[in-house]
Each structure stands twice: as structure tokens, then as C-alpha cells.
Design a protein. Sequence first.
Lengths: 418, 418
Amino acid sequence: MRIEVLCTGDELLTGVVPDTNSPWFMARLLRLGERVSRTTVVGDDRAAIRDALGEIAERADVVLVSGGLGPTADDVTAEAAAEAAGVALVEDVATVARLRERYARRQLPLSPNVLRQARVPAGAEVGANDVGAAPFFALTLGRCRALFVPGVPAEYRHLVETQVLPRIERWRAPGSGAFSFRILKTIGLPEARLDEQVAPLSGRHPGVTFGFRVVPPESHLELLARGTTPEDAAAKLAAAEKDARAVLGECVFGADEDTLAHVVVSMLGARGETLTVAESCTGGLVAAALTDVAGASQVFPGGAITYGAALKTAFADVPAELIAAKGEVSAEVARSMAEGIRARTGTTWAIAVTGYAGPGGGDPREPVGAVHLAVAGPTGMWHERHHFIGDRERVRRFATGAALDLLRRRLHEREGER
Amino acid sequence: MRIEVLCTGDELLTGVVPDTNSPWFMARLLRLGERVSRTTVVGDDRAAIRDALGEIAERADVVLVSGGLGPTADDVTAEAAAEAAGVALVEDVATVARLRERYARRQLPLSPNVLRQARVPAGAEVGANDVGAAPFFALTLGRCRALFVPGVPAEYRHLVETQVLPRIERWRAPGSGAFSFRILKTIGLPEARLDEQVAPLSGRHPGVTFGFRVVPPESHLELLARGTTPEDAAAKLAAAEKDARAVLGECVFGADEDTLAHVVVSMLGARGETLTVAESCTGGLVAAALTDVAGASQVFPGGAITYGAALKTAFADVPAELIAAKGEVSAEVARSMAEGIRARTGTTWAIAVTGYAGPGGGDPREPVGAVHLAVAGPTGMWHERHHFIGDRERVRRFATGAALDLLRRRLHEREGER
């Protein structure tokens, strides 16, 4: 099946708004074993949309068209679609009723502009939009099925999930099989090593495609299993996942929607344990990642940004003499920060980070990119030194990931001891 | 001039890598008073690239083609270009010499794959790439000028700046004039208000286009002045900018590449003053924004993440009775946090943030989205209550911006008093 994408909107051609919809659709489609062949972006221009639709219809089996279905005068996608199909625009009765009900409920006036959204090409199959005003509609252009959704990301995703993907699954050639998909997320493993460790599995799982995606500082392994039935695909996926997990071991921190911070917060929550941080070069990024997780307050009471030497002493009780003797970026100071902040806050665990993020700073022993991490916990203290390559932003991002991961691996080990 | 974009690469069709190059090029092009008419993305497929090039060449005056110029077998853009032009691929002598020199300098072996990158369509005009291996080349397809650059962002941007944009400027119709561009960045002003305040200026500056771009929580005003000469364009821009700044007042925090955190750090640095933070709902985001600025340590020694009530007392000396009486999310607690952390750290200024980011929490008086901000300084204390709409991520992002901006406006006022 040849699938294309047509995005409409002046804002996509001026760099004002990046197109986040298409990458999301493409990733979602991969899970069905399908991919996009071509993407086209045109402005809010009726002739341009009509012409692009006509060209695509000659090549593709399916085209997903987004944007230009709203209430304003520059929303011209429905008109362009009608022209491409050689039909008139007609008012869809069900959409008019839905819009009337929607606006009455919100006590908003129903202007003629709002009702413009109910006008669709004659013969189109119309679907309701539960999260917005504009409808979904499907139209046949020659041998091509064109599916129209609004460009607003929440509406786009909802309608792709509920209207577009089910249709694509249905339209697939019989015998194209069933698919099952899983992302295994790793950290601390360069992509080349991930590839090398996973390569031997390919031969053992011929029905499974192994893909890689680098989302710094993480590397993700994507498993797509193809089977004769959903059960067959799921069984093939489970076998491949088991082998992959065995090879990758504790480098796998989660799957699918998991984030590293979410995994750490969940593990701590399940154990009834708590965490604090003392951050120097990451300057709040570890705390920000943890507090990005809703409900983090159950395990994370807070911590300190000990960016300067004086605050390392004031908030984490690092002796000023230790800093003078060993330097702010040193194993000793990282350990002392973790120990000090943990004692201060009375938490089960503490993470400490100190390093040179650059571009300035650093010394021959500890150059820019050198980061010391420490984790203090109930049964001891762990330390790691990293040397991250790249600019300030990258060093800080990798240090944040490595810090959370150092704690995760300790928690994981302790799971094993139970 | 009709300009199109053709991006090649399987990774752009699977959602693995978002296309950040095109939005950057489009924004850069706007500053020349030009815009992109259509964007096409195809995979690493010779026939698909060739066909797309052929179609575009019939419509466009200029096409920027990116990706597929590297050393591996799936890099087929040069071959596709040669096919589209009906010419052979030839080895470019200057590129071979540059590659030999580049690899010798790095003491890397010069494999046949590396030399593949020197093969360009016969008749192409070749330009050197100072930041990578693959060359830039330009080719005429019918009446269309096709410009080829690698997809690696650093190389893409370098070659667009040095090879592509100068050519587009040169090829413009005589009399299309000179352009001058400026972004004025505002915060605390909804887009509709910005539009309303700026609208009257349009009539007074007919040679200047006023554009808006929302980068939450900021709104940016883009001024593009068109003149007969560069001096004329610059003068028109200066006049429009002066009027816009007069209307927008202290809502303008910076221009062009400025960031809000950078402006705050610079203002503090210029005054020899310092800042600390006590963050609750933002959980490290204010500190992370400040420490994202290289050299922030000169003005920011650090601060505290006082996420739970106990740490508000332990690190910012907020009386436990005050928290019990007024609630963690209250004007009184925000003020006390700012006062306490400022006294603890001995800094000139302190920012405090406490609120409900959601999705849980909140009470009838202070629902989810309610955020109290306080700034403590040498001449007093300032407080603001905001109610941000949206999800957890949005509330935290807006609270971070508003907190930095509350301090910026106080610093700005004091500039006036000097």
C-alpha cells in the first residue's frame, strides 16, 4: 500500500510552526508495518492544495491530508478537495447538528463561519470529531482514498487514532498479516554497541524487524513483529523482547511510553522510599525531570542547586576545606554533596552532580565535559565519573540522564536482592 | 520567485528524525522577503528523488535539495540529480583534492566510499563545504535552479548561509529591493493583544511587514523592512522598531537571538548583582533556564527546590505555622520563600515560585494552574498571582517565564531610576 501525506498551512512554510504531526503519524504507522512514501506541504492556497491532491491521487493508494478545515477564510482544504474530486461542497447534516449542540453547550454564538466547517465534498464519508469542531472526512479520488483531518495536534492525533489508522488496517491487502510493536529504551549504551549486541538476534527472529532510534542520551530498540494473527505477532514479539532484554540486561530502563524519570519515581514510590538532589552543573535539570512526573511529590521533597562553592557548603554541608583541597569537580566533593544533602533532608536516597558543562571552566585533570556523579543510599555510596563530548546543552542533558540512571541501576540491583 | 524545498532521507519518513532544517531555512528566507511555496519529502530512493526533482523543476525557479550526499550506498541524490538532468556523474577534481587533504589531516583512510562524495552531475557548479565532507553543488534543470546541500544540520546551515542564500539574493528580479529584519520578543502579552497594539503601526510604516510568532510563553513580533537600498531598509526598520518598542514598552524583553534567562543574567552581571531561587511547582526549571546561560555562575550561586512543605522550612526558613495557616500555594508563602532564601544565600535578589501544576492538587481558592510568584530585592518585595491554563508541562513553562520576567521588569524599572 502506497501511503502519502499532504500537510496544508502557511505557517508550515514560514518556519513558524514545525510539523510535529507527520513524524507522529509516521511512527504510529510503522507499528502497523506500513510507511509513508512521500510528504508534501503546501500553503493555504486552494489551487495549490487541489493540484497537489490531484498529483498524489495518481500515485498513492491512501493520502492523509491535514489542516485547513477550520472556520476562517484561509481554511480552504474542503473546497480544494471538492474541486479535485469534481464535486460540489455540501452541508453535512450530522456535523451541523453536532456543531449546534457543541456551541449551545458552551453558550457560544454559532456564527456562519463556524458552520462553514460542516461543508464537505459531496459523497464524502463524514466522521465525528470528539475533541474539536471540524469533522473528519474520507473521499475517493480515482483509485486513491483521501482522509482529511484538522491540523490542530490534539484533534489530528485523536482522529488519526480513531478514524485513519483503523481504515488503513482494514484496507490492507488480505494476508498482509498482523503486527505487534514494542520500544525498549536503553541508556548508557552507544547506538553502535546496541546494534552489535542485537544483531545476532535478527537471525533467530526472522518475523521481527529490529530498528534503532537515538534520542540522546537514550538509545531505543524498536521491535516490530509480523504474524499471521494478532496472537502470532504478539508471541513473536514476546520471544524477541525476551532475547533482547537478556542481551541488554540492566541497560533497558523501560518500554514504550516510559521515561527515565518516571521509572525512577515509580520504583521509589513502590518501595515507599524518597530522594533528594544536590545539583551543580546540571543546575536544576535533574529536579526538573523528576518534577515533570505528576505525583513526584510523594517521593521527591526537593533538593538544592549548589551551583557555587559556597552553596555546596551552605546547603549540602560540603566542608570548604574539602572543596579547596580537591576542587569543586571531584569525586570527593560529589560524594560529600550526596551525603550532606541526604542527611539534611532525611531522604532514603540522594543524587549529586558536579562537573564542567562548558564552554568555559575545566582544568587539565577535569576538562570541560567531565562530570562526577554520586548516589548516597541506605547501604552505601556509589560514584561515577563521565566525560561527555559536545556543547553545554549536550553535556548537561547527558549528565542528567546518567545521574538518574545511576540511581535506577542501584534500585534495580536492590530489587534483585529482595 | 517561486522557491521549493526537496528533502530526502528514509529517516524523515519514519518519524525517527524531525526535519529541523526546513523551518530554519524558511525563517531565514523570510528575512530576505521570500518564502517557500512547497516542501516535498521523499526517501533514499533514486527514482523517487529523480521524479520529484522533475516535477518541481516544472513549477519552481529555485529548489533547495537536501540529504543523500554522504558516502554510503543509500546516498543517491547526486545520481538522481544527474538522471533528472540527463547527464552523467563525473568526479569533481577540486572536491577530490579537498577530501584527500581533509582525510590526510585527520589521519583517516580515504576509502572509495569517501570519494563517492566527489561525484557530481556533469555541468554542476561545485562549492566547497568547510564543515563537512560532501560538497555543495548547483545544477540547472530546465528553467529551475537546483541547489544541493547535505542534510546534516551543521553542514546544511553553513552551506545555506554561504552558498544558497547569497545566490537567491543575486537571482532576485532587479528592483526587488533590500531587506532588513528584526525580531522583538515579548512576554506577558497574549498574541491578540500584541496584534491589537501593533495594528495601528502598519499604516504608518507601509514599507514594513509586521508578523507574529507565538513561542509559548513568549510572543514575538517580526519586522521585515523593504527598501531600495540596504541603508533605506535599515532606516525603515529602525523607525518601525522605535514605534513598536514605544507601544509595547517593558513587555519587550529582547531582540533576535536573546533569551529571557540570558537577558536576566546579563542585566544582573552588568550591575554586579546576584540572584537565588526557591522553586516549588517549577521544580528546577527556573534554575535550569538560568544555568543554561554560559557564565551564569557569576550571578547565580544556586538555590533550593522546596517542593515539599518541610523543605520550604528547611531551606527557605518559611515558618511551618505560616504554611499551616495560609497553605503552600499562597502569596504569604511565596513571599516568605523569597525572603528566606535571599537571607540564607546573601544574594541581591531572590525569586520564589509556588503553585499547582496539576493534574492533581489544587483547592477551591487556588485551583490547578494557580501560581504565586515573589521577587525579593534590596528595595522591597513584589508578588504576582497567575492562573495558567493548560496541562502540567504548560503551567510549569509559563510559571518559569513569568517568574524570570517579574524580576526582569523590576531590574528594568530600577534602570530607569538610576
